[in-house]
Design a protein around this ligand. Structure first.
Ligand code: HEC
Length: 147
């Protein structure tokens, strides 16, 4: 082996080792922080969407916030997949994971549909769908610790 190929092999090993390490050593605090960040992003986009409807923010941003909401919603279930009890998530998230994941998938599908309609038809077409798509409270009532 040349020096360079020895170096390259060593580097490849180090990269492989660092990539495989987190699988056994994920800090539960990181898992909880991560899903809170995802949820906060949803909160920010829902608030921004509302402001566009109230005339307090540019109306043309409505569809963008709907699309961003849908994009974040599509990642939300992944953030809850690793079981890390704590934060404000009730243990029921994992005890009733079939129901929880069904709700999260429906939420992602609903916001995706909302985004599509918002893009094609604007506020007029999408507004009636908002309440049905933003199922935030329904899930929080069951799966989030009340403050
Ligand atoms: C299918 C269930 C589900 C849906 C749908 C859902 N959430 Fe959540 N959300 C949770 C759970 C569970 C937590 C608690 C997470 C934790 O503390 O570990 C949470 C926490 C939050 C938090 C607090 C984050 C923090 O920093 O503590 C916000 C804000 C939030 N959600 C906003 C939203 C908004 C806005 C929507 C809808 C647009 C939404 N969520 C939809 C389950 C859901």
């Amino acid at each position: 082996m040349t020096r360079f190929s020895q170096f390259a092999a060593g580097l490849a090993f180090a990269v492989a080792a660092s990539l495989s390490a987190p699988a056994n050593a994920v800090d539960p605090t990181d898992l909880i922080d991560y899903r809170k960040h995802v949820m906060k992003s949803l909160g920010a986009q829902a608030a921004a969407l509302n402001m566009t409807l109230q005339g307090k923010a540019p109306a043309e941003s409505f569809a963008i916030h709907a699309e961003t909401l849908a994009l974040v919603a599509s990642t939300a279930l992944m953030a809850f997949e690793p079981k890390a009890e704590g934060g404000d998530a009730k243990p029921e998230v994992w005890a009733k994971y079939a129901d929880f994941s069904k709700r999260m998938k429906e939420f992602a599908a609903g916001t995706a549909e909302l985004a599509k309609v918002a893009k094609a038809g604007g506020v007029a077409a999408a507004q009636p769908m908002i309440q049905g798509a933003l199922t935030c409270k329904g899930c929080h009532d069951v799966y989030r610790v009340k403050k």
